[in-house]
Design a protein around this ligand. Structure first.
Ligand code: AMP
Ligand code: GLY
Length: 420
């Protein structure tokens, strides 16, 4: 089978690596990939979704997998489906679960799925009235996509009102902030639960925890994620059963009943308060770096899993995951997430990778002599596998010790929640 993967981060690299593990995998194409993805396939570029669909039709692509939210919320899946091309991901209408926080919160409310108390509004006076009813901290969210930066946890009513004002005026997030969600702060621990669905059935994957803050000790600004591990021991069977029956099942059923069945990966951001799961957010795609950990644990065919979900036959596959643990540590460039960093050659000791430690490349380019250059942002993920989290983490950090580039930074405490 030939596959096309849309994206070029560590997530897409990990998906390609998992597809490659199946003998059925013939050629993989990336649009647009990165400087290392040609180890796994061929990088292509295309001007538009139509051009990508043309490419898929002309190159015997039997399965297209979309990594990130942007093409999903812009409707890439609708364009492929209209041409009968199998594609893994939600339609534009279903991707509103991620693309609009107001849509998502109203969806949860009308379907009685537990979430933080909130209002959504485009009116500052109304926002202020609700803020006056809440005890800080108070959460203020821009409605639209803001690359993970649209959530403010305000420590006072004044700060909340001012954050809402800046969003509504367009000052902080332009159009994405013209509507806001104000909500109560939930004090608990967070889990990332991924469900793959074909619109009717779903399977859940091992529960992950991500590390959103830049620095060790959960300090510094929020990022796309500095490390992830799975399975999270904090998610016991009782809790997983509650998440499936109270959040995932009703969401899949209600999306279908409302006319936009959800196909692809439903990423549930869960806050657990006193043993009860609350939905903080949905994303319409895999998390990055959570995907890297999940793909490392998947033992059965990734092609069968994604393809069957894409064509509405998920019930025909029974994915199985390793009993091992996976810990992925993100290695980023010096100025991440503030700005660009100077491109720097990466050296990796030979023999650094083995069956329990591998590298997923993300923000890398290829230099003139074929060497890999760190090009800013989240450069790579060092993945360790082991019989337990402690061992997996040791292997991830042993691997990092064999990787060098100027300005490299990473957290030294990934998976600390599981080791306390
Ligand atoms: P979101 O994009 O909605 O997941 O928000 C980003 C992050 O903000 C989450 O991962 C949480 O850490 C935090 N957050 C969002 N909403 C709340 C809430 N109601 N209570 C506490 N923390 C929250
Ligand atoms: N790692 C979190 C995300 O991809 O949104």
């Amino acid at each position: 089978m030939n596959a096309l993967i849309i994206g070029g981060g560590g997530r897409e690299y990990a998906i390609a690596r998992a597809l490659r593990a199946d003998k059925k995998c013939n050629q993989i194409y990336f649009a647009s990939g990165n400087g290392a993805s040609e180890k796994l396939g061929v990088n292509i570029t295309a001007e538009s979704f139509e051009a990508l669909a043309d490419f898929a039709a002309n190159n015997d692509i039997e399965l297209t997998i979309v990594g990130g939210e942007e093409p999903l919320t812009k409707g890439i899946v609708d364009i492929f489906r209209a041409r009968n091309l199998a594609i893994f991901g939600p339609t534009k209408a279903a991707a509103r679960l991620e693309g609009s926080k107001a849509f998502m919160k109203n969806f949860l409310k009308r379907n009685r799925i537990q979430t933080a108390k909130y209002i959504e509004t485009d009116d500052l006076a109304e926002a202020k009235r609700f803020i006056a009813e809440l005890t800080p901290p108070i959460v203020v969210k821009a409605d639209g996509l803001c690359a993970g930066k649209g959530v403010i946890i305000a420590q006072s009513q004044e700060e909340a009102a001012s954050a809402a004002g800046d969003m509504l005026s367009g000052a902080s997030f332009a159009e994405a902030g013209r509507r806001v969600v104000i909500e109560e702060f939930l004090d608990g621990f967070e889990l990332s639960v991924f469900a793959i669905s074909d619109g009717k059935d779903f399977v859940t994957l091992p529960v992950c925890q991500d590390h959103k803050r830049l620095l060790t000790g959960d300090l510094g600004p929020n990022t796309g994620g500095m490390g992830a591990y799975a399975p999270a021991p904090l998610a016991d069977e009782t809790l997983i059963a509650k998440i499936k029956t109270r959040i995932v099942r009703p969401t899949i059923d209600a999306m279908a009943a409302e006319g936009s069945p959800f196909t692809g990966v439903l990423f549930c951001g869960i806050m657990v308060v006193g043993g009860e799961p609350y939905t903080l957010e949905f994303n319409a795609r895999f998390g990055d770096p959570e995907c890297e950990a999940l793909m490392a644990l998947l033992e059965t065919s990734a092609i069968d899993l994604f393809y069957n979900a894409a064509i509405g036959k998920l019930s025909e596959v029974k994915p199985r995951f390793s009993a091992k643990s996976a810990v992925g540590v993100v290695v980023a460039s010096q100025n991440y997430p503030y700005g660009q960093s100077r491109s720097a050659p990466i050296t990796i000791e030979s023999g650094a990778e083995n069956e329990n430690a591998h590298i997923l490349f993300a923000a890398v380019t290829k230099g003139e002599n074929g060497e890999l250059l760190a090009s800013g942002g989240r450069v790579l993920v060092a993945m360790g596998l082991g019989e337990n989290i402690r061992l997996a983490r040791e292997r991830a950090y042993d691997l990092i010790a064999k990787i060098k580039f100027d300005g490299m930074q990473y957290r030294t405490d990934i998976a600390y929640q599981a080791l306390r």
